[in-house]
Design a protein around this ligand. Structure first.
Ligand SMILES: Nc1ncnc2c1ncn2[C@@H]1O[C@H](COP(=O)(O)OP(=O)(O)OP(=O)(O)O)[C@@H](O)[C@H]1O
Length: 209
């Protein structure tokens, strides 16, 4: 579902970062580990087509990202890639349900049924709530629901548990794993969090050049 080969990237004025090969099957999970500044977020940006590699290729669900125009990449991302950030980044003016509907709008497809998705993530009773009234754990579950709304083939999560307590961190990773397996997506999680390492054993390590 996700495959990379000989991926390299250089930020302006910085040394070239070479990334290990990645291969994640549908329903499987991979952790990206590495010291601060090693290039983990850069890797996620390459996998989501937000950055273009210096060398190498990213293939998502059989599509080479380098073959897509910028516009085609935006649509491909909306349809095939779900992204969970460290902070939820929800739209404050919209309620929970509307935040998820926005993902359908950008992906230009119907996607997963929102009430069922909210129920599976244990936030159904918050559907009409302002996102400003959510706890951190609830807000992070809404951001996961938003990432899953279009049944993506690839789910990318950047430090999704860093601001959560043990119970919520465990729940968030369990939900990501179960949902990825259910919709047949590849799941890639960047983390420093030992609690996540206890739940997922497959990993690569990014090293500073
Ligand atoms: N826009 C940019 N311009 C120049 N250098 C950048 C830019 N973004 C990142 N870098 C540099 O590239 C390297 C990798 O950054 P990146 O954010 O990918 O690391 P990271 O492993 O995610 O770090 P952290 O764990 O601290 O979030 C760092 O040395 C960083 O300073």
């Amino acid at each position: 579902m996700l495959e990379t080969s000989a991926l390299q990237y250089a930020h302006p004025g910085q040394a070239v970062i070479s990334f290990p090969e990645i291969k994640v099957q549908a329903g499987q999970s991979l952790l990206v580990l590495g010291k601060s500044g090693s290039g983990k977020t850069t890797l996620l940006n390459l996998l989501s087509g937000l950055l273009t590699p210096l060398r190498g290729e990213v293939v998502v669900n059989g599509t080479k990202l380098s073959a897509l125009s910028e516009q085609a990449m935006d649509l491909f991302r909306g349809r095939n890639i779900g992204i969970v950030f460290q902070k939820p980044h929800l739209i404050a003016a919209l309620d929970v349900r509307q935040n998820l509907e926005l993902a359908h709008f950008f992906g230009k497809k119907k996607g997963q049924e929102i009430p069922r998705l909210l129920a599976e993530l244990d936030i159904a009773e918050k559907a009409k709530a302002s996102v400003l009234t959510l706890s951190e754990g609830e807000a992070q579950r809404v951001s996961i629901a938003r990432a899953l709304a279009n049944s993506p083939k690839l789910i990318l999560a950047d430090e999704p548990t860093s601001s959560l307590d043990d119970e919520n961190a465990e729940k968030v990773i369990r939900l990501l794993k179960t949902q990825a397996a259910k919709i047949g997506a590849a799941l890639v999680i960047v983390t420093h969090d030992q609690r996540v390492k206890n739940q997922i054993s497959n990993f690569i390590e990014v090293k500073r050049p």
